[in-house]
Design a protein around this ligand. Structure first.
Ligand SMILES: O=C(O)CCC(=O)C(=O)O
Ligand SMILES: [Fe+2]
Length: 451
Protein backbone atom coordinates (compact mmCIF):
# COMPACT_ATOMS: atom_id res chain seq x y z
CA UNK A 1 0.00 0.00 0.00
CA UNK A 2 2.05 2.90 -1.18
CA UNK A 3 1.95 5.70 1.30
CA UNK A 4 2.09 9.22 0.04
CA UNK A 5 2.00 7.90 -3.48
CA UNK A 6 -0.26 10.81 -4.36
CA UNK A 7 2.52 13.24 -3.74
CA UNK A 8 5.16 11.08 -5.37
CA UNK A 9 3.31 10.22 -8.50
CA UNK A 10 0.97 13.03 -9.10
CA UNK A 11 2.00 15.40 -11.81
CA UNK A 12 3.21 18.75 -10.73
CA UNK A 13 1.43 21.62 -12.40
CA UNK A 14 3.91 24.39 -12.91
CA UNK A 15 1.75 26.92 -14.74
CA UNK A 16 1.45 28.10 -18.32
CA UNK A 17 4.36 28.07 -20.74
CA UNK A 18 3.64 30.31 -23.74
CA UNK A 19 4.11 28.71 -27.13
CA UNK A 20 3.77 25.17 -25.87
CA UNK A 21 0.73 23.13 -24.93
CA UNK A 22 -1.82 25.39 -23.25
CA UNK A 23 -1.98 23.44 -20.04
CA UNK A 24 0.31 20.67 -18.97
CA UNK A 25 1.49 18.53 -16.16
CA UNK A 26 4.91 17.25 -15.41
CA UNK A 27 5.41 13.80 -14.10
CA UNK A 28 8.14 13.22 -11.62
CA UNK A 29 8.40 9.62 -12.65
CA UNK A 30 9.35 8.41 -16.06
CA UNK A 31 5.95 8.23 -17.68
CA UNK A 32 7.17 9.58 -20.98
CA UNK A 33 9.67 6.92 -21.75
CA UNK A 34 7.51 4.17 -20.31
CA UNK A 35 4.59 5.23 -22.36
CA UNK A 36 6.28 4.82 -25.62
CA UNK A 37 7.53 1.36 -24.92
CA UNK A 38 4.00 0.21 -24.21
CA UNK A 39 1.19 1.48 -26.38
CA UNK A 40 2.59 4.45 -28.15
CA UNK A 41 5.05 4.90 -30.95
CA UNK A 42 8.17 6.93 -30.77
CA UNK A 43 7.78 10.66 -30.36
CA UNK A 44 6.73 12.35 -33.54
CA UNK A 45 7.31 15.97 -32.62
CA UNK A 46 9.47 17.73 -30.16
CA UNK A 47 9.82 21.29 -29.00
CA UNK A 48 11.74 22.78 -26.16
CA UNK A 49 11.38 25.74 -23.93
CA UNK A 50 14.15 26.81 -21.61
CA UNK A 51 13.23 24.27 -18.96
CA UNK A 52 11.02 21.65 -20.46
CA UNK A 53 10.88 19.26 -23.29
CA UNK A 54 7.50 18.77 -24.94
CA UNK A 55 6.95 15.53 -26.80
CA UNK A 56 3.99 14.60 -28.97
CA UNK A 57 2.94 10.99 -29.40
CA UNK A 58 0.58 9.34 -31.84
CA UNK A 59 -1.08 6.16 -30.59
CA UNK A 60 -0.73 2.94 -32.55
CA UNK A 61 -4.20 3.44 -33.98
CA UNK A 62 -3.07 6.87 -35.10
CA UNK A 63 -6.11 8.39 -33.49
CA UNK A 64 -4.92 10.18 -30.44
CA UNK A 65 -2.31 12.81 -30.16
CA UNK A 66 -1.00 13.24 -26.65
CA UNK A 67 1.45 15.80 -25.43
CA UNK A 68 3.74 15.31 -22.53
CA UNK A 69 6.06 17.72 -20.89
CA UNK A 70 9.15 16.26 -19.37
CA UNK A 71 11.06 18.02 -16.72
CA UNK A 72 14.79 17.91 -17.18
CA UNK A 73 16.02 14.92 -15.20
CA UNK A 74 18.59 16.90 -13.29
CA UNK A 75 16.16 19.54 -12.10
CA UNK A 76 14.55 19.69 -8.70
CA UNK A 77 10.89 20.18 -7.90
CA UNK A 78 11.49 23.56 -6.39
CA UNK A 79 13.83 26.36 -7.43
CA UNK A 80 15.10 27.26 -10.87
CA UNK A 81 15.17 24.53 -13.44
CA UNK A 82 18.22 24.11 -15.69
CA UNK A 83 17.60 24.34 -19.43
CA UNK A 84 17.05 21.20 -21.45
CA UNK A 85 19.97 20.84 -23.86
CA UNK A 86 18.04 20.36 -27.04
CA UNK A 87 15.22 18.27 -28.36
CA UNK A 88 17.31 15.91 -30.46
CA UNK A 89 19.74 15.16 -27.69
CA UNK A 90 16.91 14.51 -25.24
CA UNK A 91 15.18 12.22 -27.68
CA UNK A 92 18.45 10.36 -28.10
CA UNK A 93 18.68 9.99 -24.34
CA UNK A 94 15.06 8.81 -24.07
CA UNK A 95 15.69 6.31 -26.88
CA UNK A 96 18.65 4.83 -25.07
CA UNK A 97 16.72 4.64 -21.79
CA UNK A 98 13.94 3.03 -23.74
CA UNK A 99 16.35 0.45 -25.13
CA UNK A 100 17.65 -0.28 -21.62
CA UNK A 101 14.12 -0.79 -20.33
CA UNK A 102 13.29 -3.08 -23.22
CA UNK A 103 16.37 -5.09 -22.36
CA UNK A 104 15.22 -5.26 -18.72
CA UNK A 105 11.82 -6.50 -19.77
CA UNK A 106 13.39 -9.04 -22.11
CA UNK A 107 15.47 -10.39 -19.23
CA UNK A 108 12.42 -10.59 -16.99
CA UNK A 109 10.55 -12.45 -19.69
CA UNK A 110 13.45 -14.86 -20.06
CA UNK A 111 13.42 -15.47 -16.34
CA UNK A 112 9.68 -16.09 -16.42
CA UNK A 113 10.09 -18.50 -19.32
CA UNK A 114 12.69 -20.33 -17.29
CA UNK A 115 10.24 -20.67 -14.41
CA UNK A 116 7.56 -21.81 -16.85
CA UNK A 117 9.84 -24.48 -18.26
CA UNK A 118 10.45 -25.87 -14.75
CA UNK A 119 14.15 -25.50 -15.35
CA UNK A 120 16.37 -28.43 -14.51
CA UNK A 121 18.51 -28.50 -11.38
CA UNK A 122 21.52 -27.96 -13.62
CA UNK A 123 20.23 -24.65 -15.04
CA UNK A 124 18.87 -23.56 -11.66
CA UNK A 125 22.24 -24.23 -10.00
CA UNK A 126 24.12 -22.48 -12.78
CA UNK A 127 21.90 -19.46 -12.42
CA UNK A 128 22.84 -19.19 -8.75
CA UNK A 129 20.83 -17.45 -6.07
CA UNK A 130 18.33 -15.16 -7.81
CA UNK A 131 15.73 -14.59 -5.13
CA UNK A 132 16.57 -10.89 -4.95
CA UNK A 133 18.98 -8.49 -6.61
CA UNK A 134 21.21 -8.68 -3.56
CA UNK A 135 20.99 -5.07 -2.49
CA UNK A 136 17.61 -3.35 -2.80
CA UNK A 137 14.89 -4.15 -0.28
CA UNK A 138 12.30 -5.07 -2.83
CA UNK A 139 14.60 -6.99 -5.22
CA UNK A 140 14.95 -6.70 -8.94
CA UNK A 141 11.98 -8.94 -9.42
CA UNK A 142 9.57 -6.80 -7.46
CA UNK A 143 6.25 -5.61 -8.81
CA UNK A 144 7.56 -2.08 -9.29
CA UNK A 145 9.23 -2.78 -12.59
CA UNK A 146 6.19 -4.56 -13.95
CA UNK A 147 3.99 -1.67 -12.82
CA UNK A 148 6.05 0.82 -14.80
CA UNK A 149 3.98 -0.25 -17.79
CA UNK A 150 1.11 1.61 -16.20
CA UNK A 151 2.82 4.84 -15.17
CA UNK A 152 0.56 7.79 -15.88
CA UNK A 153 -2.31 5.63 -17.11
CA UNK A 154 -4.79 6.35 -14.30
CA UNK A 155 -4.42 10.07 -14.87
CA UNK A 156 -4.59 9.79 -18.63
CA UNK A 157 -7.72 7.62 -18.58
CA UNK A 158 -9.36 9.84 -15.98
CA UNK A 159 -8.68 13.00 -17.97
CA UNK A 160 -9.90 11.40 -21.18
CA UNK A 161 -13.18 10.45 -19.45
CA UNK A 162 -12.50 6.77 -20.11
CA UNK A 163 -13.24 5.51 -16.59
CA UNK A 164 -16.78 4.31 -16.02
CA UNK A 165 -18.71 3.73 -12.85
CA UNK A 166 -18.83 0.06 -11.79
CA UNK A 167 -22.62 0.41 -11.54
CA UNK A 168 -22.73 0.63 -15.35
CA UNK A 169 -21.76 -3.03 -15.54
CA UNK A 170 -24.52 -5.29 -14.29
CA UNK A 171 -22.11 -8.16 -13.61
CA UNK A 172 -19.69 -6.23 -11.38
CA UNK A 173 -20.01 -6.35 -7.57
CA UNK A 174 -22.71 -4.24 -5.98
CA UNK A 175 -22.98 -3.62 -2.30
CA UNK A 176 -24.48 -6.71 -0.71
CA UNK A 177 -24.92 -8.31 2.69
CA UNK A 178 -25.27 -11.81 1.28
CA UNK A 179 -22.12 -13.58 2.43
CA UNK A 180 -22.08 -16.12 -0.41
CA UNK A 181 -22.46 -13.34 -2.97
CA UNK A 182 -19.65 -11.36 -1.34
CA UNK A 183 -17.35 -14.38 -1.52
CA UNK A 184 -18.25 -15.02 -5.15
CA UNK A 185 -17.62 -11.36 -6.04
CA UNK A 186 -14.29 -11.40 -4.24
CA UNK A 187 -13.12 -14.54 -6.01
CA UNK A 188 -14.28 -13.44 -9.47
CA UNK A 189 -13.42 -9.74 -9.44
CA UNK A 190 -10.83 -9.34 -6.68
CA UNK A 191 -13.08 -7.18 -4.52
CA UNK A 192 -16.50 -7.07 -2.93
CA UNK A 193 -18.60 -4.39 -1.29
CA UNK A 194 -20.28 -5.06 2.07
CA UNK A 195 -23.58 -3.22 2.29
CA UNK A 196 -24.48 -1.27 5.43
CA UNK A 197 -21.28 -2.28 7.18
CA UNK A 198 -21.57 0.88 9.28
CA UNK A 199 -24.78 2.47 10.54
CA UNK A 200 -25.24 6.21 10.12
CA UNK A 201 -24.54 6.67 13.81
CA UNK A 202 -21.34 4.64 13.58
CA UNK A 203 -20.18 6.70 10.59
CA UNK A 204 -20.82 9.88 12.56
CA UNK A 205 -18.74 8.75 15.53
CA UNK A 206 -15.80 7.74 13.34
CA UNK A 207 -16.02 10.83 11.18
CA UNK A 208 -16.17 13.22 14.15
CA UNK A 209 -13.02 11.70 15.61
CA UNK A 210 -11.26 11.69 12.24
CA UNK A 211 -12.07 15.34 11.51
CA UNK A 212 -10.99 16.43 14.97
CA UNK A 213 -7.72 14.51 14.73
CA UNK A 214 -7.03 15.75 11.19
CA UNK A 215 -7.58 19.36 12.16
CA UNK A 216 -5.39 19.01 15.25
CA UNK A 217 -2.59 17.49 13.15
CA UNK A 218 -2.80 20.42 10.74
CA UNK A 219 -2.62 22.86 13.66
CA UNK A 220 0.35 20.97 15.07
CA UNK A 221 2.03 21.24 11.66
CA UNK A 222 2.47 17.50 11.34
CA UNK A 223 -0.38 16.73 8.99
CA UNK A 224 0.40 14.42 6.08
CA UNK A 225 -0.89 16.10 2.95
CA UNK A 226 -0.81 13.60 0.10
CA UNK A 227 -1.94 15.67 -2.87
CA UNK A 228 -0.60 18.98 -4.08
CA UNK A 229 -2.35 22.11 -2.80
CA UNK A 230 -3.55 20.29 0.30
CA UNK A 231 -6.24 18.46 -1.65
CA UNK A 232 -5.90 15.30 0.38
CA UNK A 233 -4.86 14.45 3.91
CA UNK A 234 -3.85 11.13 5.33
CA UNK A 235 -4.21 10.56 9.06
CA UNK A 236 -1.98 7.62 9.78
CA UNK A 237 -1.72 5.05 12.53
CA UNK A 238 -5.32 5.40 13.74
CA UNK A 239 -4.93 2.69 16.37
CA UNK A 240 -3.21 5.29 18.52
CA UNK A 241 -5.82 7.94 17.81
CA UNK A 242 -9.11 6.85 19.25
CA UNK A 243 -11.16 4.02 20.71
CA UNK A 244 -13.62 4.08 17.79
CA UNK A 245 -10.77 3.35 15.35
CA UNK A 246 -9.34 0.60 17.54
CA UNK A 247 -12.72 -1.07 17.78
CA UNK A 248 -13.18 -0.82 14.03
CA UNK A 249 -9.74 -2.27 13.30
CA UNK A 250 -10.71 -5.35 15.30
CA UNK A 251 -14.23 -5.48 13.78
CA UNK A 252 -16.29 -5.00 16.93
CA UNK A 253 -19.98 -4.85 16.10
CA UNK A 254 -20.22 -1.82 18.37
CA UNK A 255 -18.00 0.07 15.91
CA UNK A 256 -19.27 -1.50 12.69
CA UNK A 257 -22.51 -3.44 12.64
CA UNK A 258 -21.19 -5.84 9.96
CA UNK A 259 -17.68 -5.94 11.43
CA UNK A 260 -17.98 -9.65 12.32
CA UNK A 261 -18.93 -10.46 8.73
CA UNK A 262 -15.89 -8.52 7.42
CA UNK A 263 -13.73 -10.37 9.96
CA UNK A 264 -15.07 -13.75 8.74
CA UNK A 265 -14.33 -12.88 5.11
CA UNK A 266 -10.82 -11.67 5.93
CA UNK A 267 -10.14 -14.86 7.87
CA UNK A 268 -11.09 -16.82 4.75
CA UNK A 269 -8.72 -14.66 2.70
CA UNK A 270 -5.69 -14.68 5.02
CA UNK A 271 -6.28 -17.35 7.65
CA UNK A 272 -6.55 -16.86 11.38
CA UNK A 273 -4.29 -14.48 13.22
CA UNK A 274 -3.83 -12.05 10.36
CA UNK A 275 -1.94 -8.87 11.21
CA UNK A 276 -2.51 -5.17 10.78
CA UNK A 277 -0.50 -3.58 7.98
CA UNK A 278 -1.75 -0.06 8.59
CA UNK A 279 -4.87 1.88 9.49
CA UNK A 280 -5.32 5.29 7.90
CA UNK A 281 -7.92 7.98 7.70
CA UNK A 282 -8.26 9.20 4.12
CA UNK A 283 -9.59 12.68 3.44
CA UNK A 284 -9.91 13.63 -0.22
CA UNK A 285 -11.07 17.08 -1.31
CA UNK A 286 -11.93 18.18 -4.83
CA UNK A 287 -8.93 17.66 -7.11
CA UNK A 288 -7.16 15.23 -4.77
CA UNK A 289 -6.89 11.48 -4.36
CA UNK A 290 -5.41 10.28 -7.62
CA UNK A 291 -2.74 7.61 -7.37
CA UNK A 292 -0.84 5.50 -9.86
CA UNK A 293 -2.27 2.07 -10.58
CA UNK A 294 -0.70 -0.48 -8.29
CA UNK A 295 -1.21 -3.65 -6.34
CA UNK A 296 -1.03 -3.79 -2.55
CA UNK A 297 1.50 -6.60 -2.21
CA UNK A 298 4.12 -4.96 -4.37
CA UNK A 299 7.02 -5.44 -1.97
CA UNK A 300 6.73 -9.20 -2.33
CA UNK A 301 9.16 -10.58 -4.94
CA UNK A 302 7.68 -12.32 -7.97
CA UNK A 303 6.41 -14.79 -8.98
CA UNK A 304 3.34 -14.89 -6.77
CA UNK A 305 1.63 -17.97 -5.42
CA UNK A 306 -2.06 -18.64 -5.96
CA UNK A 307 -3.32 -16.55 -3.07
CA UNK A 308 -3.16 -12.94 -1.94
CA UNK A 309 -0.78 -11.96 0.86
CA UNK A 310 -3.30 -9.59 2.34
CA UNK A 311 -6.31 -7.41 1.90
CA UNK A 312 -6.89 -3.69 1.87
CA UNK A 313 -10.32 -2.76 3.13
CA UNK A 314 -11.92 0.66 2.89
CA UNK A 315 -14.67 1.75 5.25
CA UNK A 316 -16.58 4.36 3.27
CA UNK A 317 -17.73 7.26 5.42
CA UNK A 318 -19.04 9.04 2.27
CA UNK A 319 -20.46 7.88 -1.05
CA UNK A 320 -17.82 6.53 -3.44
CA UNK A 321 -18.28 6.92 -7.18
CA UNK A 322 -16.43 8.33 -10.17
CA UNK A 323 -17.04 12.00 -9.38
CA UNK A 324 -16.85 11.69 -5.60
CA UNK A 325 -13.41 10.11 -5.72
CA UNK A 326 -13.86 6.37 -5.80
CA UNK A 327 -11.17 3.75 -5.79
CA UNK A 328 -10.38 2.83 -9.40
CA UNK A 329 -9.98 -0.89 -10.01
CA UNK A 330 -9.35 -3.29 -12.86
CA UNK A 331 -11.84 -5.99 -11.88
CA UNK A 332 -10.56 -9.51 -12.42
CA UNK A 333 -6.90 -8.47 -12.73
CA UNK A 334 -5.93 -10.57 -9.70
CA UNK A 335 -6.30 -14.14 -10.99
CA UNK A 336 -7.49 -16.51 -13.68
CA UNK A 337 -10.34 -18.98 -13.21
CA UNK A 338 -7.86 -21.80 -12.54
CA UNK A 339 -6.39 -19.84 -9.65
CA UNK A 340 -3.16 -18.48 -11.16
CA UNK A 341 -2.17 -14.99 -10.12
CA UNK A 342 -2.19 -12.81 -13.24
CA UNK A 343 0.26 -10.19 -12.04
CA UNK A 344 3.70 -11.31 -13.05
CA UNK A 345 6.73 -10.68 -15.16
CA UNK A 346 5.20 -11.42 -18.52
CA UNK A 347 1.77 -9.91 -17.81
CA UNK A 348 0.41 -7.37 -20.28
CA UNK A 349 -1.28 -5.13 -17.76
CA UNK A 350 -2.28 -2.55 -20.33
CA UNK A 351 -4.35 -5.17 -22.10
CA UNK A 352 -6.26 -5.68 -18.85
CA UNK A 353 -6.76 -1.96 -18.35
CA UNK A 354 -8.09 -1.63 -21.89
CA UNK A 355 -10.11 -4.83 -21.81
CA UNK A 356 -13.64 -5.47 -20.61
CA UNK A 357 -14.64 -4.09 -18.09
CA UNK A 358 -11.23 -2.37 -17.88
CA UNK A 359 -10.56 0.39 -15.40
CA UNK A 360 -13.69 1.31 -13.42
CA UNK A 361 -14.59 3.42 -10.38
CA UNK A 362 -16.01 1.32 -7.52
CA UNK A 363 -19.47 2.57 -6.57
CA UNK A 364 -20.08 2.10 -2.86
CA UNK A 365 -22.60 4.06 -0.81
CA UNK A 366 -21.57 5.64 2.50
CA UNK A 367 -21.52 2.93 5.17
CA UNK A 368 -20.14 0.24 2.84
CA UNK A 369 -16.90 -1.60 3.34
CA UNK A 370 -14.86 -2.41 0.22
CA UNK A 371 -12.71 -5.53 0.62
CA UNK A 372 -9.92 -6.01 -1.91
CA UNK A 373 -7.48 -8.77 -2.86
CA UNK A 374 -3.93 -7.35 -2.64
CA UNK A 375 -3.23 -8.63 -6.17
CA UNK A 376 -5.93 -6.64 -7.92
CA UNK A 377 -4.82 -3.56 -9.90
CA UNK A 378 -6.30 -0.43 -8.42
CA UNK A 379 -5.56 3.10 -7.22
CA UNK A 380 -7.12 6.06 -5.47
CA UNK A 381 -9.28 8.04 -7.89
CA UNK A 382 -9.55 11.79 -8.18
CA UNK A 383 -12.51 13.58 -6.66
CA UNK A 384 -13.75 15.97 -9.32
CA UNK A 385 -16.76 17.50 -7.58
CA UNK A 386 -16.79 19.92 -4.67
CA UNK A 387 -16.86 18.52 -1.14
CA UNK A 388 -14.83 15.79 0.49
CA UNK A 389 -14.57 12.00 0.46
CA UNK A 390 -13.92 10.44 3.84
CA UNK A 391 -12.89 6.91 4.57
CA UNK A 392 -10.67 4.66 6.62
CA UNK A 393 -8.28 2.30 4.91
CA UNK A 394 -6.99 -0.71 6.78
CA UNK A 395 -4.47 -3.07 5.31
CA UNK A 396 -4.23 -6.56 6.78
CA UNK A 397 -1.55 -9.13 6.10
CA UNK A 398 -1.13 -12.82 6.58
CA UNK A 399 0.17 -13.61 10.02
CA UNK A 400 3.83 -14.03 8.98
CA UNK A 401 4.17 -10.73 7.12
CA UNK A 402 5.50 -7.63 8.82
CA UNK A 403 3.39 -4.50 8.98
CA UNK A 404 3.82 -1.87 6.30
CA UNK A 405 5.55 1.48 6.24
CA UNK A 406 5.18 3.78 9.19
CA UNK A 407 2.87 1.32 10.87
CA UNK A 408 5.72 -1.12 11.30
CA UNK A 409 7.60 1.37 13.44
CA UNK A 410 4.48 2.94 14.98
CA UNK A 411 3.57 -0.53 16.20
CA UNK A 412 6.80 -0.66 18.12
CA UNK A 413 6.40 2.76 19.68
CA UNK A 414 3.06 2.51 21.37
CA UNK A 415 2.86 4.86 24.35
CA UNK A 416 2.31 2.98 27.62
CA UNK A 417 -1.09 4.54 28.25
CA UNK A 418 -2.32 3.38 24.83
CA UNK A 419 -0.72 -0.03 25.26
CA UNK A 420 -2.85 -0.54 28.37
CA UNK A 421 -5.96 0.10 26.25
CA UNK A 422 -5.17 -2.42 23.53
CA UNK A 423 -7.01 -5.72 23.49
CA UNK A 424 -5.04 -8.95 23.17
CA UNK A 425 -6.21 -9.27 19.61
CA UNK A 426 -5.03 -5.78 18.68
CA UNK A 427 -1.65 -6.41 20.28
CA UNK A 428 -1.39 -9.59 18.29
CA UNK A 429 -2.46 -7.83 15.08
CA UNK A 430 0.20 -5.19 15.67
CA UNK A 431 2.89 -7.75 16.45
CA UNK A 432 3.56 -6.36 19.93
CA UNK A 433 2.24 -9.15 22.07
CA UNK A 434 4.45 -10.23 24.99
CA UNK A 435 4.29 -13.96 24.63
CA UNK A 436 7.17 -14.37 27.07
CA UNK A 437 7.87 -11.35 29.30
CA UNK A 438 10.82 -13.14 31.01
CA UNK A 439 12.84 -14.71 28.22
CA UNK A 440 15.84 -16.86 29.03
CA UNK A 441 19.08 -14.98 28.40
CA UNK A 442 22.69 -16.16 28.15
CA UNK A 443 23.33 -19.01 30.60
CA UNK A 444 26.40 -20.95 31.62
CA UNK A 445 27.13 -23.85 33.95
CA UNK A 446 30.81 -22.97 34.16
CA UNK A 447 30.72 -20.91 37.34
CA UNK A 448 28.51 -23.46 39.05
CA UNK A 449 30.96 -26.34 38.30
CA UNK A 450 33.99 -24.30 39.33
CA UNK A 451 32.46 -23.53 42.77
O1 LIG B 1 -8.19 5.49 -1.22
C1 LIG B 1 -8.40 4.76 -2.17
O2 LIG B 1 -9.38 4.87 -2.89
C2 LIG B 1 -7.41 3.68 -2.51
C3 LIG B 1 -6.12 3.80 -1.79
C4 LIG B 1 -5.13 2.75 -2.09
O3 LIG B 1 -5.21 2.04 -3.01
C5 LIG B 1 -3.97 2.57 -1.22
O4 LIG B 1 -3.72 3.42 -0.35
O5 LIG B 1 -3.25 1.57 -1.37
FE1 LIG C 1 -3.71 0.36 -2.85
Amino acid sequence: MPRNSDSLNEPKRLGQQPGLVPEYDIWHNSSVRIRYITDLQEPTEAATSSNFLCLAFVSKTGQELSYFMQEDATSTASGALPPVADAEETIRRLRSENAALREDLRKFKEKQDLVDRHSSWKTAMQEGIAYSDGHSQTSSISAGKVLKQLAGISKERMKAGRIRNSSEFDYLPRSSDDEAQLEADFVRWGYCVVKGALTEEQIQILLDRLLDQAEAERHANNAIMTSRNEQAQLVNNLVLKGAAFRDLVEFKASAAQRGPLVDRLLTKIMGEGFGLGCAHGSIVHQGGGLQELHIDQGLMPLPYPQFPFGSLIIWCFSDFDLENGATYVVPGSHRTSDGQTIFGLGANLLELVDGEPGLVAICAPAGSCIITDTRVLHCGGRRTVTGTRYGMRCHYNRHFIRALHEQSSANLHVPDDIYELLSDRLKHMMGIVHNNPNPTGELSCRNATED
